[in-house]
Ligand binder design. Structure first.
Ligand code: URA
Length: 438
């Protein structure tokens, strides 16, 4: 079928045939399709949607557009599992969960992305570790997964290249927020990674791409159903992103906090709740526990014994980072030259936080990108963030800004202050785990 006829069919609301979808994705991958045609297709899907069968065909075609990883020849003594978050602020769950699940017997080949919009990216966080190679070749990646149980790396050129091309086009044509396109984009990479189980953490709230619970539920259902139709067992949790998850946001700051958490500093109950809930689903999907209680016990033991921290250390060293990184992260992580406290102007309970605005403060400090080609400043960000329900005295800090210079620190501090709403009475907080699927 001619590309323009294929696009016209979707524009007019027709259901596309799997073979035509495959041919279209083939042309997208080999470059014979123009950027304009790919963009027109994305916009047609944005408005017309896709039926589940079409999304399955699109996902499979994009997964098969490059290498498909196969773990069978390694005879791994456990299931190949992964989790994926749709993105948020202060969401460093992957850094803790990958080694934690590895310590419980799973193997986690995690292919993660860079920051997108106001959200942070796991890859940018790990790139804050000197020497860490987030782009190893396939053999090195497999060795690290086999030996450390987990490896977190970036998408290579050979993994789902059709998604790489289409994603870059969607990013600049206002076609990111399409449920079938997000589904196919995420799952194509996960299928190509050869997983045996996937848990999605779909974020909902004012710091998420899916602001309403209804849209988050629709995305969770789409991902779980399409994954299963493609032969990948999957489950999803919808978790609240009306506030940063960790009390920090920024690349080196989130790595430092994750390492401290793995080593035993676990004062933040919200973070623990999400790590544990997603971890339980992963162990159950991989048949590493027979009940949720057993899974939670296993995870707690792996944390408390230091086994999860040890897996993180092994992963970092195997990917070229310092051998003593977990013992002494402060020796290696960059520190911003200016630190400025943001005092509350009145006493009160933290009632609401404009989370997206906090994510944008980190971007403006240099911790995220304004354009795709920008480099980022790993040292900057926010720490000590006051979290929902917390009482803050007048003059006590709402956050600490980490910046390159005083002027940007002060501008960021003013925006942080605006992002917080305090009230005299402690308001009811929404549940952190809002719904689940699969
Ligand atoms: N993350 C992805 O990998 N793809 C999307 O489309 C959105 C988020």
């Amino acid at each position: 079928m001619l590309a323009q006829e294929f696009i016209r069919a979707k524009r007019d609301g027709a259901v596309l045939a799997p073979d035509d979808i495959k041919a279209f994705i083939g042309a997208l991958t080999d470059g014979s399709l123009s950027e304009g045609q790919a963009a027109a297709f994305a916009m047609a899907v944005f408005f017309r949607g896709l039926e589940q069968g079409e999304t399955v065909a699109l996902t499979r075609a994009m997964a098969q557009s490059g290498d498909m990883m196969d773990w069978s020849h390694l005879n791994l003594p456990g299931p190949v599992l992964d989790k994926h978050s749709t993105g948020g602020v202060g969401d460093n769950v992957s850094l803790m969960l990958a080694p934690l699940v590895a310590a419980c017997g799973g193997f986690v080949p995690m292919i993660s992305g860079r920051g997108l919009g106001h959200t942070g990216g796991t890859l940018d966080k790990l790139d804050a570790i000197p020497g860490y190679n987030s782009r190893p070749d396939a053999e090195h990646f497999k060795r690290v997964v086999r030996d450390a149980g987990a490896a977190i790396i970036g998408q290579t050129k050979r993994l789902a290249p059709a998604d790489q091309r289409l994603y870059a086009i969607r990013d600049v044509t206002a076609t990111v927020e399409s449920i079938p396109l997000i589904t196919a984009s995420i799952l194509s990479k996960k299928l190509a990674a050869g997983l045996q189980g996937l848990v999605m953490d779909v974020k909902s709230g004012n710091g998420a791409f899916m602001p309403t619970l209804e849209r988050a539920e629709a995305l969770a259902a789409s991902i779980v159903d399409v994954a299963k139709a493609c032969g990948l067992p999957a489950a999803a949790l919808i978790t609240n992103m009306d506030a940063p998850l960790a009390p920090v946001a920024g690349n080196a700051l989130e790595v430092s906090q994750a390492v401290a958490w793995l080593k035993g500093a676990r004062e933040d109950a919200r973070l623990r709740e999400v790590v544990m809930a997603v971890g339980v689903r992963m162990l159950r999907l991989g048949a590493l526990a027979a009940s949720d209680e057993e899974a939670a016990e296993k995870l707690a033991k792996a944390l408390d014994s230091g086994a999860a921290a040890e897996r993180f250390a092994r992963m970092v060293a195997a990917l070229g980072g310092p051998g003593d990184f977990v013992e002494r992260p402060e020796k290696y992580l960059p520190v911003a030259p200016v630190q400025l406290s943001v005092p509350a102007v009145q006493a009160g309970f933290v009632d609401a936080i404009a989370t997206r605005a906090l994510g944008l403060v980190v971007v403006e400090l240099g911790g995220g990108r304004r354009r795709a080609e920008d480099s980022i400043d790993a040292a900057v960000g926010l720490s000590g963030l006051a979290l929902p329900g917390q009482f803050v005295e007048r003059g006590a800090p709402l956050a600490l800004v980490h910046a390159r210079d005083r002027a940007t620190a002060e501008a960021a501090g003013a925006r942080v202050l605006q992002a917080y709403q305090l009230s005299a009475k402690a308001g009811a907080q929404p549940p952190l785990i809002m719904a689940s699927r699969g």
